[in-house]
Structure formats: structure tokens, C-alpha cells
Ligand binder design. Structure first.
Ligand code: G3H
Ligand code: 13P
Ligand code: NA
Ligand code: ZN
Length: 328
């Protein structure tokens, strides 16, 4: 069944678990997520970015979401818009059947210029006012994703803030978070504490200096009933880097967010954990492996099936690690 983010995260808060939000762009990714959720009896968030919407087409996405809820009627699925860049984008997502939207007003509509307070509150409030009338949930974001190591926004990974950012921008201010939630009435709040999108988050295993989990703890103390969202939460597993590089890939050494840090977040109000990169890596590793070991193959199913299985395995692992398993 399709449910809203608010329904799902309220249940997660009540039962002390977190819910991974996995990105999809195609049928294989949607099926992999559902296969994993079904195997461990977990609810799940499937999210699509603006890029996914233009890649797959809104009508295709809508029918894929209908299809997976029909195949797995007993699994609660929240269909969420990832990083909406304006009220218009959020509204068209709602028209396409999304039960939840992210209005990311931390950046201007160009997706790269850090926005000021009034802009962020203004666009977010517009979306919550409209979405809530239709029973749709809204995620907002306060603070800009980017690296505390380099001070750079995550633009190098394809989207996000451009150029150098201050510490103030890279870390969500807890008092401002309280004000932001009160003024916008968001159902969930994405915060910035040193993560960025993509594979290249940290140049070393992160410690408290570059992954500021303390900020989450402080925000949770001040906003105990607000559902917190961690973006850029891929762990970028070393074994997946190795599979990719063993079969012709050229990923540079890198670190992601350790699962243990996410688990610490879940103890402190983090309810939605965004993961895309890990799944991209899981799929790509298998596709590279099949194609390099069997260069005579050209049937897409020969590499897409192992890719799907690798993604399902990763999703299942996260559903277990975040205690989502068994909660459907
Ligand atoms: O926001 C980041 C997600 O990984 C989606 O990425 O915009 O390339 O689809 P995308
Ligand atoms: P990763 O790139 O770490 O998977 O983050 C995904 C994300 O935050 C989507 O909004
Ligand atoms: Na999101
Ligand atoms: Zn994100």
C-alpha cells in the first residue's frame, strides 16, 4: 500500500527505527528495493529526483510505483520526490502520485546557489500549505550539504552548492532548526552536518571533526518530535569499490558514512536515511564484472539480473541495520 512520509516516520519514531530512502530511475532499481523490503518485511521509501523524472518520464514512474504496490500489496511504500527545487516541481510530483515531496529551499531554484532564510522559509511554507491540504507530506532542508574537510559544496558530484561554503552554512544551526520547523510546519527536516552526495564524501574514515553527529544530537534535544533526515548517507563500501576497480573501473580511494554513525543518528531522531550511491555502485560492480568476464554476452538481462540482485542485497542489509526489517 502507498503511504505518506508522515505516517511512516511517525511509526518509525514510535518504534525506534530508521527508514532508508532509496533512489530509483528505472524498473530494475524499483524491483530490487521491493524484493529486499518483501524479504525482510519492511516498509520503504522510494524516491525519485528531478533527474529521475526526466530520465524515466513521470507517467512511467507513476505506473512503476503503481506496479510495485500491486505486486507487493502488503509492503507500505512512501513515494517521495527527492530535492524538489520549487513549489511547481513539488506540485507536478503530487499530481503524478507522489505521497511526499522534498522542497529543498536550502538552495535557490538553480540547485547550486545557497539561499537565504526568507527564501527557504517562503518556498517551503508555500509547499507545506498546498501539500498538507491534500494529505501529502513535506521534507524541508536547512543548511547546505558539503564537505567540512574542504569547505566545498557537493557540486562536483553533479548537483548541490557551488564553491566554498562557511562552517555556518555547512552545519545546521539547532536554534534556527527550531524556528524553521515552527514556521514551515514540515513533516521532516533534512540537516547538514558534513555529508555530501556521491562517492567522494571523505578522504579518510570520518571522525567527529568532519562528520558532525553532535549537531544531530543537539537538534534532536531541541526538537524531540521532529523527524530528521540524513542526506548523502551512502557508506561507499570498500568491497564495492574493489569490485568496480577489479573490472576496469577507476574509482579513487574514498570513504562514506559508516553505518554505525547512521545507527547513532537513529537513536537521535534520524528517521529517513537517503541512499543512492551505494546502490549505483552495487549495480555497476556486477555489470562490469559480467561484461568483463563474459565479453561475448549482449543480452541485457545477463548483467541486469545480477545488478538487481546486488542492489537488493544492499537494500536488505540497510533495512536490517536500520531496524526497518519486520516493521511492515
Ligand atoms: O540527490 C541526489 C540523488 O543521488 C539523486 O541524484 O539527481 O543524479 O538523480 P540525481
Ligand atoms: P548518497 O549519494 O550518499 O547516496 O546520497 C543520496 C541522497 O542524499 C539523495 O538525496
Ligand atoms: Na529527499
Ligand atoms: Zn540528497
Amino acid at each position: 500500500a502507498r503511504i505518506t512520509l508522515r505516517q511512516l516516520l511517525d511509526h518509525a519514531a514510535e518504534h525506534d527505527y530508521g527508514v532508508p530512502a532509496f533512489n530509483i530511475n528505472n524498473m530494475e532499481q524499483a524491483l530490487a528495493i521491493m524484493e529486499a523490503a518483501n524479504t525482510v518485511d519492511a516498509p520503504v521509501i522510494i524516491q525519485a529526483s528531478r533527474g529521475a523524472r526526466s530520465y524515466a518520464n513521470d507517467i512511467m514512474l507513476k505506473h512503476m510505483m503503481d506496479a510495485v504496490t500491486e505486486i507487493y500489496p502488503h509492503i507500505p511504500v512512501c513515494v517521495h520526490l527527492d530535492h524538489g527545487n520549487g513549489p511547481d516541481t513539488c506540485m507536478t510530483a503530487i499530481q503524478s502520485g507522489f505521497t511526499s515531496v522534498m522542497m529543498d529551499g536550502s538552495l535557490k531554484a538553480d540547485g547550486k546557489t545557497p539561499a537565504d532564510w526568507d527564501y527557504n522559509v517562503g518556498v517551503t511554507k508555500t509547499v507545506t500549505t498546498m501539500a498538507h491540504l491534500g494529505g501529502i507530506s513535506v521534507e524541508g532542508e536547512l543548511g547546505v550539504l558539503g564537505s567540512l574537510e574542504t569547505g566545498m559544496g557537493d557540486k562536483e558530484d553533479g548537483h548541490g552548492a557551488e564553491g566554498k561554503l562557511s562552517h555556518d552554512q555547512l552545519l545546521t544551526n539547532p536554534d534556527e532548526a527550531v524556528k524553521f520547523v515552527k514556521e514551515t510546519q514540515v513533516d521532516a527536516l533534512a540537516i547538514a552536518m558534513g555529508t555530501s552526495h556521491g562517492a567522494y564524501k571523505f578522504t579518510r574514515k570520518p571522525d567527529g571533526d568532519i562528520l558532525a553527529m553532535k549537531v544531530i544530537e543537539e537538534i534532536h534535544r531541541k526538537l524531540p518530535s521532529t523527524h530528521l533526515v540524513m542526506h548523502g548517507s551512502s557508506s561507499v563500501p570498500q568491497d564495492l569499490q574493489e569490485i568496480i576497480n577489479a573490472h576496469g573501473g577507476k574509482m579513487k580511494p574514498t570513504w562514506g558514512v559508516p553505518v554505525s554513525e547512521i545507527q547513532r543518528g537513529i537513536k537521535n531522531g534520524v528517521r529517513k536515511i537517503n541512499i543512492d550511491t551505494d546502490n549505483r555502485m552495487a549495480m555497476t560492480g556486477q555489470i562490469r564484472k559480467v561484461l568483463s568476464e563474459h565479453p561475448e554476452e549482449f543480452d541485457p538481462r545477463k548483467y541486469l539480473k545480477p545488478a538487481m540482485e546486488a542492489m537488493a542485497k544492499l537494500c536488505k542489509q540497510r533495512l536490517q541495520e536500520f531496524n526497518t526489517a519486520g516493521q511492515a
